[in-house]
Design a protein around this ligand. Structure first.
Ligand SMILES: Nc1ncnc2c1ncn2[C@@H]1O[C@H](COP(=O)(O)OP(=O)(O)OP(=O)(O)O)[C@@H](O)[C@H]1O
Ligand SMILES: [Mg+2]
Length: 887
């Protein structure tokens, strides 16, 4: 789609009119909006939210917790059961147990879901405060900081380097404002923006308009003020971003589709159960109730709750480990990441670097060089990165603060060309007391040197001779080998010129160098080894000089023989690069776009790639990676685009975050797979049993009781332990494995159900009812006893196997012995089994339509359960051998 045609009409109009008309039309003043205008503007033009979440009031949450397709089925069943069992029955036969059980199930799943929702909201709010961009606006004459979502049309916004533009705006005031529009145009490159009015005659694409800035673009340097003209979905960015890509992420979609598969399964099979059991036993009301209970039994009513609980638990656990997941979908990608690309500063080395030497071209200490570098750092308006911070730190040296204060007063800033990671240098134009203008350039040694034709030594300027480059190397190389970061400083007189352009940056005079100590972190080597243990391979992608990269890597113990530089990368074709990235783990002297190329190549090779970075130069790569990771101290624009934010830039934090992500994910897929397969097995058994038995294999109420027990067990599953094997390697989440898991494990339980049926029907029941089969019995009391015995037998077998299957399938190892479940899971298992088995020996059994079984049945039960567990273990082994994983 043509992006310009999406452009908001107000933007088009006011690009061509002056600011007075703009103020006039919108009814605003230089003081910004009046507070009462804010609401009106919001009503008229909407708010600045492309994610537009529904108002999450308590009522809304309660409704969502209690009303979903799953609970609606339960409600219907409760009502039907109320009508048939309580209302329409004479007072003798009134039996409210079914209604009560169903209500308990609804209540439990609803309340637990509600609590989970509140908890995850709480976690989300906490996160909101941390990661959401705040922006300076002027309202009622006062500059205040508000969340970017609260902006309205007409707001007067202040922009500074490192910000992400929060809405579409017409600029009214700028000072050396440069932006990168790569987020919406895909093109790298930095554009200067001004507030000048555009003529209608000017032929240019709207995106190139100097006086318009767009939501999602990044401020590289300088300052600006603008009036918001379009917010939220009306912005260019909000227009072309896919709305459904924001509201439902692929993981949620996956989980929903699983729920729907199970539901459809049920919708097809439950009527079959209804018809078969209606025909075989002639009582249609009972058949209907039975079919509905089967439906409840098969409804994964806990699925939404378990997923919210797992995710909420996961994000809280990660938060405690200093990791914030901004997008829940990222949790899963985070866990399946197998390559981590990262920059150097802050990860391998300390966050702060120290200025160690300032020297002239021959390597002697030179205060002059420091002075010029200081003025350059002080006056350029880009984000102050560690290099600038280290330079500016010199004003905090003892007895120096006064000197640097007067220095700053002696000079004023006139113009600049901002730092650009592709050019690798920054130029500022400053004026001294006498009004003479001086261009100061600092940056990468090679890049700066290539702009110089002169050198200055002890106050005299000499032309650079042919061996100039080797004399630079003589001074600089040794420091680089020691792992020092070195930059060059140059200057040039510009007379009284008031602006600089790219052509001015030639024939500069080289003044000298600054060297910084970028100390490797003590913990770096260990952290990288830990990541390796988790089967995450690390790659260093730095913009810094290759020799520094080599020196730091060798100190940390990363192999750097195969290192590639940005220039090397440029020479390779895409295909060659795909081959090269596999063998190389250190890349240096990269521009932002080269970082992107490397990430793309890795992804094309089938890796799940993470990128950890904190600078403006890392933003494109953070966007490109499967999971973009940034840190709390990073520039806002980088935090905005990242999926994961570390509260500390430390690889250890990252490692712990990955572990938590994988655990959360394992528990979730454990639940989904086990539930799906055991539901599949149950329905198989029920269909078979109702086809062959002259009575119901299990009463409606018994199915509901079993379901209740299973649901309660599921509530604690998010808190289960996860085996080391499961989280020690990255795994991909895919619905594909679900089908095969169901087919593989579902039918096993049916085999044992079948054996139990046969035993109950042909052995146990006849033995206790005078040696006759059901069809041979004529006495209704005997028939009743026969059914009760059968149903109790199956109830117990079903309960034991359904509970134990969780323990069998939750781990690849031998359950209980090699892999222990967490205490809550263990406790509920034991209590559930004891309680339900014990129940059949109490008078309550009669209400449930059950009866007391002879003790020797338990002997049979033990044999069945033991062989079931044995067969599952064997089956599990062959599954793991075949597919390499279980859960
Ligand atoms: N503020 C600055 N002023 C001048 N030059 C700079 C500045 N920041 C960076 N440079 C130059 O640009 C080069 C690349 O920058 P930098 O080392 O920060 O890249 P990076 O990819 O972010 O590295 P890292 O992996 O260490 O984070 C530096 O080696 C230096 O020469
Ligand atoms: Mg960096």
């Amino acid at each position: 789609m043509n992006k310009a045609s999406l452009l908001n009409d107000r933007m088009k109009k006011y690009a061509h009119s002056d600011t007075a008309a703009l103020y006039n039309d919108l009814g605003i003043t230089r003081n910004g909006l009046r507070l009462e205008q804010v609401e009106a503007m919001k009503k008229k033009y909407g708010d600045n939210n492309i994610f537009a979440r529904k108002a999450d009031t308590i009522w809304f949450r309660i409704r969502r917790a209690f009303i979903n397709p799953f609970t609606i089925i339960l409600f219907v069943l409760a009502i039907v059961s109320f009508i048939t069992d309580v209302w329409h029955t004479n007072s003798l036969n009134k039996n409210a147990t079914t209604v009560i059980i169903i209500s308990v199930i609804i209540l439990i799943s609803g309340v637990v879901r509600f609590i989970q929702e509140i908890r995850s909201k709480h976690a989300y709010d906490q996160l909101d405060r941390l990661v959401h961009t705040h922006i300076n606006v002027k309202r009622d004459g006062v500059i205040i900081k508000i969340p970017a979502e609260n902006l309205v049309v007409g707001d007067r916004v202040y922009l500074a380097a490192g910000d992400r533009v929060p809405a579409d705006m017409r600029l009214i005031n700028t000072m050396d404002l440069f932006v990168s529009q790569s987020a919406i145009t895909g093109e790298s490159g930095i554009l200067e923006k001004t507030s000048r009015k555009h003529d209608y005659m000017e032929q240019m694409a709207f995106l190139q308009y100097e006086n318009l800035v767009f939501m999602g673009t990044g401020v590289i340097s300088g300052k600006g003020e603008g009036i918001v003209l379009a917010v939220g979905k009306e912005t260019l960015y909000g227009n072309f971003i896919q709305p459904n890509a924001l509201t439902s992420n692929s993981f949620e979609k996956g989980a929903n589709s699983i729920a729907w598969v199970l539901l459809r399964f049920m919708i097809v099979l439950v009527p079959i159960v209804f018809i078969i059991s209606g025909i075989t036993q002639g009582n249609w009301t009972e058949a209907f109730l039975f079919a509905l209970s089967v439906a409840v039994g098969l409804t994964p009513e806990m699925l939404p709750m378990v997923i919210t609980a797992c995710l909420a638990k996961g994000s809280t656990a990660m938060f405690k480990k200093q990791t914030i997941i901004k997008d829940i979908n990222a949790m899963q990608v985070f866990g399946s990441m197998d390559i981590l690309c990262m920059d150097k500063t802050g990860t391998l080395t300390n966050v702060n670097i120290l200025l160690e030497y300032y020297m002239d071209i021959l390597g002697n200490e030179s205060k002059e060089v420091l002075r010029f570098a200081y003025l350059n750092s002080l006056y350029h308006s880009g984000v102050k990165n560690p290099i600038d911070k280290a330079i500016l730190e010199c004003r905090n040296m003892p007895q120096k603060s006064e000197y640097y204060e007067t220095l700053a007063k002696q000079y004023t800033k006139v113009d600049e060309i901002p730092f650009d990671y592709t050019r690798k240098y920054v130029s500022t134009l400053i004026a001294d007391d006498n009004g003479s203008h001086q261009l100061i350039m600092k940056g990468d040694v090679e890049a700066v040197f290539s702009r110089c034709t002169f050198v200055e030594y002890q106050g005299t300027v000499h032309p650079i001779l042919e061996d100039g480059r080797s004399s630079v190397a003589a001074v600089v190389d040794e420091m680089l080998e020691d792992g020092m970061k070195v930059i060059a400083v140059a200057r040039k007189d510009l007379g009284n010129q008031n602006t600089v352009s790219l052509t001015d940056e030639a024939n500069m005079v080289l003044l000298g160098y600054l060297a910084f100590f970028d100390a490797p972190k003590k913990s770096a080597a260990q952290s990288i080894a830990k990541l390796k243990n988790l089967q995450v391979e690390t790659k260093i992608l730095t913009g810094d000089h290759q020799q520094i990269a080599i020196s730091i890597c060798s100190r940390i113990g990363i192999a750097s023989e195969n290192m590639l530089t940005g220039a090397d990368v440029n020479r390779l074709s895409d295909l060659e690069l795909r081959y090269a990235v596999e063998k190389t783990s250190v890349f240096a002297e990269l521009s932002p776009s080269q970082k992107v190329r490397i990430v793309t190549a890795l992804r094309e090779n089938g890796h799940t790639v993470g990128f950890l970075g904190d600078g403006l130069n890392d933003i494109p790569a953070i966007c490109e990676a499967d999971v973009g990771i940034s840190v709390d101290t990073a520039v806002d624009a980088a935090k905005d685009v990242a999926d994961v934010i570390l509260l500390q830039k430390d690889l250890n934090v990252l490692e712990e975050g990955i572990l938590e992500g994988r655990k959360t994910f394992a528990n979730m897929s454990k639940y989904i797979k086990i539930t799906a397969s055991s539901n599949f097995g149950n329905i198989l058994s029920i269909v078979c049993a109702s086809a062959f038995l002259p009575f119901l294999p299990m009463a409606a109420i018994q199915i509901l009781l079993l379901n209740l027990l299973y649901d309660i067990l599921c509530i604690v599953l998010p808190w289960d332990h996860v085996d080391q094997e499961v989280f020690s390697s990255p795994r991909e989440w895919s619905g594909k494995t679900l089908g095969r898991f169901m087919r593989f494990f579902g039918p096993i339980s049916s085999i044992f159900d079948g054996i139990t049926f046969l035993f109950l029907y042909f052995v146990l029941c006849p033995a206790l009812t005078g040696g006759l089969l059901y069809t041979q019995l004529t006495d209704p009391a005997m028939q009743f006893q026969y059914i009760a015995l059968f149903q109790t037998g199956w109830f117990l077998e079903s309960m034991w196997t359904q509970v134990l299957i969780i323990h069998m399938l939750r781990t690849q190892k031998i359950p209980f012995l090699q892999s222990r479940p967490s205490t809550p899971v263990m406790l509920i298992t034991i209590i559930g089994i004891l309680l339900f088995t014990g129940l059949t020996f109490t008078p309550i059994v009669n209400i449930l339509g059950l009866t007391v079984l002879p003790l020797w049945y338990f002997g049979f039960l033990l044999v069945v359960v033991a062989s079931y567990m044995l067969l599952t273990t064997v089956w599990k082994r062959s599954y793991v051998a075949k597919y390499g994983e279980l859960i």
